[in-house]
Design a protein around this ligand. Structure first.
Ligand SMILES: Nc1ncnc2c1ncn2[C@@H]1O[C@H](COP(=O)(O)OP(=O)(O)OP(=O)(O)O)[C@@H](O)[C@H]1O
Length: 368
C-alpha cells in the first residue's frame, strides 16, 4: 500500500505564505498530477512531501505513518520516507555512464549482475536511450538526460514515484511518446505517482486525478473528466481550456427548479443549480460551439473576425452583439469569409455558470 495524506499544511518562505492550509490525499495507485500556473506552489508541495522543505504547520502521513508534524517540529529524514524523486533538473552523477547511473539503485539493493543488466536495459529501452548507455551525462542533450533520470527512477520499480516536470525538455513528438510510456508504466507497475506540471494537456492525458493550485491554495481535486467538464472555480475553467474557454457575462436569477441566465447570447434555463441571484459568467468550450452559415431560428448571430487553420482543426474568432468575443474550434479545414454573418448554437448541457464575484460554480446543466 502507498497512501500519502497531507493535513492542514502551511509553508512560509520568510513572510510569504506559500502553501495555505493544504489538505490532499493521494491514494494507493493514483496518478495524481499537481497542476497550476508558475509559482502556485506545486514544486513546494512535492518538496514538502519528500522532506526537502519543512512546513511550519500540518501533518503528513505515508501509509498511515507520521512523517511530518509541523507543530511538534517533527520531520522524518527524506531517506526514511521511501520515496523516489525525479526533478526537472535531473541531477545525474557526472562521473558515471548512463548505464552506471541507472544501475546504481539496483547495485545498492545487491541485485545480481545478470538481473541488473536485464532491468537496466529494459528501462533504457522504454525511455528510447539504450544506444547511449556508455555515454557520460555531459555527452547527452537535455532531453536525453531527462530520460536517463526517469529510467533511473523506474528501474527499481518504486512504490511511490514523484516527478517534477520530467518531460519539459523534450520535443513535441518525444513528449507524446513519453506520456504514453509513463501511463503504461503506471498501469503495469501500479506505482503511485505524484506528477508536477503546468501543462493541462499532459495532466488530462495521464492522470487518474488532478489537483489544481492557485497562489498556494488547492482549488479543486478530481478526475480529468470532472476537472475538464465541471471546473469548480472560474480560474480552473480559464486555466484548463485549450484553446481558451469562452466566458460571457450574464445576469442570473433563481426560479423554482432552475437558474434563468440572461446574456447577450440569449436566455438560458439551467436545471441543476444552487440558489443564486446576481452577476454571473457563462463558460462554453470552443469545441462545443457549432457554426452555421444559414440563418437558423434559434441560432445566435455573429460576425466572423478571423479564421485560424491549424492543420487538423480550425479556430474561428467571432463577435456577437454587445461586443462579445467568441472562439469556436472545428475539426478539419473550414472556409469562412471574414466579416460575414454566421449563426452559432451550443448544447445547453455544456454550459457552466459561475458567480462573477466569487468565481465559484453555481450551476451546470450536465447532471453528475
Ligand atoms: N527557497 C525559496 N525561497 C523563497 N521563496 C521560494 C523558494 N522556493 C519557492 N519559493 C516561492 O514559492 C512560490 C511557489 O514556488 P514553487 O516552486 O512551489 O511553484 P511552482 O508552482 O512549482 O512553479 P513552477 O511551475 O514555476 O515551477 C513562488 O512564489 C516561489 O518564488
Amino acid at each position: 500500500m502507498s497512501r500519502i495524506e497531507l493535513k492542514g499544511i502551511n509553508k512560509y518562505f520568510d513572510k510569504n505564505h506559500i502553501l495555505k492550509d493544504l489538505n490532499l490525499v493521494i491514494e494507493d495507485g493514483d496518478f495524481m498530477t499537481l497542476l497550476g500556473p508558475s509559482g502556485c506552489g506545486k514544486t513546494t508541495t512535492l518538496r514538502v512531501i519528500t522532506g526537502l522543505e519543512n512546513p511550519e504547520q500540518g501533518i503528513i502521513t505515508i501509509n498511515d505513518k507520521e512523517m511530518v508534524h509541523g507543530e511538534n517540529h517533527f520531520y522524518a529524514a527524506p531517506s526514511k520516507r521511501g520515496l523516489n524523486l525525479v526533478f526537472q533538473s535531473y541531477a545525474l552523477w557526472p562521473h558515471m555512464t548512463v548505464y552506471e547511473n541507472v544501475a546504481f539503485g539496483l547495485n545498492m539493493q545487491r541485485v545480481s549482475k545478470t538481473k541488473t543488466r536485464e532491468r537496466v536495459e529494459n528501462a533504457l529501452e522504454r525511455m528510447r536511450i539504450l544506444p547511449y548507455k556508455d555515454r557520460y551525462p555531459s555527452e547527452l542533450s537535455g532531453g536525453q538526460q531527462q530520460r536517463v533520470a526517469i529510467a533511473r527512477a523506474i528501474v527499481t520499480e518504486p512504490k511511490i514515484l514523484l516527478l517534477d516536470e520530467p518531460l519539459s525538455n523534450l520535443d513535441a513528438k518525444l513528449r507524446l511518446d513519453m506520456r504514453a510510456e509513463l501511463k503504461r508504466l503506471h498501469r503495469e507497475l501500479k506505482t503511485t505517482i505524484i506528477y508536477v506540471t503546468h501543462d493541462q494537456v499532459e495532466a488530462l492525458t495521464m492522470s487518474t486525478k488532478i489537483a489544481v493550485f492557485f497562489e498556494g491554495n488547492l482549488v479543486q481535486v478530481g478526475s480529468p473528466k470532472e476537472i475538464y467538464h465541471c471546473p469548480s472555480d472560474i480560474r480552473v475553467a480559464d486555466f484548463i481550456g485549450n484553446p481558451k474557454i469562452n466566458f460571457v457575462d450574464a445576469d442570473a436569477a433563481a426560479y423554482s427548479d432552475s437558474l434563468r441566465v440572461e446574456s447577450a447570447i440569449g436566455t438560458l434555463a439551467i436545471p441543476n443549480r444552487q440558489p443564486f441571484n446576481g452577476k454571473a459568467v457563462l463558460s462554453i468550450y470552443p469545441e462545443d460551439i457549432r457554426i452555421s452559415t444559414e440563418r437558423t431560428e434559434t441560432g445566435i448571430p455573429c460576425i466572423v473576425d478571423s479564421v485560424l487553420p491549424a492543420g487538423s482543426e480550425t479556430l474561428i474568432q467571432m463577435s456577437a452583439e454587445g461586443n462579445i468575443s467568441l472562439l469556436a474550434k472545428m475539426i478539419g479545414e473550414i472556409d469562412l469569409e471574414i466579416g460575414k454573418p454566421v449563426w452559432i448554437a451550443f448544447p445547453l448541457e455544456k454550459v457552466n455558470v459561475y458567480d462573477k464575484e466569487t468565481g465559484k460554480l453555481v450551476a451546470r446543466s450536465l447532471s453528475s
